[in-house]
Ligand binder design. Structure first.
Ligand SMILES: Cc1ncc(COP(=O)(O)O)c(C=O)c1O
Length: 479
């Protein structure tokens, strides 16, 4: 019997085109520094270059690949360029890309243990490895009362933590009847916007999020937190959730988790610790102090997709008491019932996250950890911190510039002393030049430039060149 008519790629074609794609990616990394880091495309430019209608007939693969070069690259901001210092990094590596390719190839949807046992078990196992690698409290181990799960982003992790906090505080009544408008959440004025978004989504209401004042190092003030909780209780409200940040987005501020934890214990509040970027630093014993007090936390997250060479998306989310999370998020329709679930002997990660479906993300993380080893990861994290500290010392020694915040790890917040307009001009000129890319924030109501060293391939020569370019541009308009 001849095969039925098909438009699919044959395995042999896939092999050929796949090799071409891997070659293209390898070539891209070899020439990545020749592109302007920040895309210079104007709004609408990329769309205008695309055909108005989808093709009626399939096109040859080489034409599609050529269009990546011609139509897509002009609209790419090169996050994987070693000259990328903007936001926080979103770094990738060969091992992660290949692990992700295998995940696509297997095409697994791992919502239940039963829908691919390896997807669930590898994830639990690798996340347990990370507990040891980062020196996290043992209660976060899956072999203990807690466990880890991979979420798409820190935003989702914090939302899951908030939902579990909401249910624990109301004895699971909010799931049944909705929120009563009295639940209160707390975080600092410097916390990531995802906490505010989470509060909106979780139904607490934006007005029920308290933004607690910070000290001169942009760290949450535990006394102000305790005072606010007391006032809210006195007003008949129900405090339920605190999010502390280890490495704030604006300034790398590190909240005092031990003191915040004590306040949470005293008032029986859920403590979530968001270490989206900085958590990775704990792989080096000398930076592990950032996790002091974590034994008091109910949940914790960090993003290997920021600083652990694991391409987007990959957030590791840990809870101390998995039962609270599972009871919050579990709904069991008939069509998902199966013997393994009923036996209680397995994790079904659909109950640990918002969506039902899930990709096999643990593969890329497993590959990264095995490729680098703990030693390799420590080497690169240390190097990034050294380079950032070197940059901070150059800023300190140039009297036209000043540091705008302490630089405990790999983020340097600095500014030209010429004021907001001067800093805006400096940043715009540098970014327009394409030589490097950095972004800004406001600290103490002054425009501040952020320089984050965390891209996989950033080396000393890149950071030296970046500082030269910053000095050149500054000289141009201050001369
Ligand atoms: C401290 C912190 N939390 C949360 C986030 C949000 O990360 P995600 O994109 O993984 O939701 C960021 C992003 O930069 C962050 O810096």
């Amino acid at each position: 019997m001849p095969d039925e008519k098909s438009f699919h790629m044959t395995p042999e074609e896939f092999r050929r085109h796949g090799h071409a794609v891997v070659d293209w990616i390898a070539d891209y990394y070899e020439r990545i520094e020749s592109f302007p880091v920040l895309s210079q495309a104007a709004p609408g430019q990329i769309r205008a270059s695309l055909p108005a209608h989808a093709p009626a007939k399939g096109e040859p693969f080489h034409v599609m690949l050529a269009d990546i070069e011609k139509l897509i690259l002009p609209g790419i901001t090169h996050w994987q360029s070693p000259n990328f210092y903007a936001y926080f990094p979103c770094n990738a590596s060969g091992a992660a890309i290949l692990g992700d390719l295998l995940s696509s190839g297997l095409g697994v949807q791992g919502m239940l243990w039963a829908t691919s046992p390896a997807c669930t078990e590898l994830e639990s196992h690798v996340l347990d490895w990370l507990v040891e690698m980062l020196g996290l409290p043992e209660k976060f181990l899956s072999t203990n009362t807690g466990g880890g799960v991979i979420q798409d982003t820190a935003s989702s992790a914090s939302l899951c933590a908030l939902l579990a906090a909401r249910e624990r505080a109301t004895n699971f009544a909010s799931n049944q009847r909705g929120c009563d408008g009295k639940l209160i959440a707390y975080t600092s004025t410097q916390a990531h916007s995802s906490i505010e978004k989470g509060v909106q989504i979780a139904g607490l209401g934006r007005e029920n999020l308290r933004l607690i004042a910070v000290d001169e190092n942009f760290a949450m003030r535990p006394d102000a937190l305790a005072q606010q909780i007391r006032e809210d209780r006195h007003a008949g409200l129900t405090p339920c959730f605190v999010c502390a940040t280890v490495g704030t987005t604006s300034s790398n501020g590190i909240d005092p988790v031990p003191e915040i934890g004590k306040v949470c214990r005293q008032h029986n509040l859920w403590l979530h610790v968001d270490a989206a970027m900085s958590g990775t630093a704990a792989i080096c014993p000398e930076f592990r102090k950032i996790h002091k007090g974590l034994e008091l936390a109910d949940s914790y997250c960090f993003n290997p997709h920021k600083w652990m060479f694991t391409n987007f998306d990959c957030d590791c989310f840990y809870v101390a008491d998995r039962k609270a999370l599972i009871q919050t998020l579990s709904v069991l329709p008939e069509y998902l019932r199966n013997k393994a679930t009923e036996s209680g002997a397995v994790f079904d990660y659909r109950d640990w996250q918002i969506p039902l479906g899930r990709r096999f993300r643990a593969l890329k993380l497993w590959f990264v950890i095995r490729h680098y080893g703990v030693e390799g990861l420590q080497f690169h994290v240390r190097r990034h911190v050294e380079l950032a500290q070197q940059f901070a010392s150059w800023v300190r020694n140039d009297n036209r510039f000043e540091l705008a915040a302490p630089a405990p790890l790999n983020l340097v917040c600095f500014r030209h002393k010429g004021g907001d307009d001067a800093n805006q001009t400096l940043m715009d000129r540098l970014n327009r030049s394409g030589d490097l890319y950095l972004t800004h924030t406001r600290l103490n109501d002054r425009l501040t430039l952020r320089f984050c060293v965390g891209q996989t391939n950033t080396q000393a020569r890149h950071v030296e060149r970046a500082w030269e370019r910053i000095q050149q541009e500054a000289s141009r308009w201050t001369a």
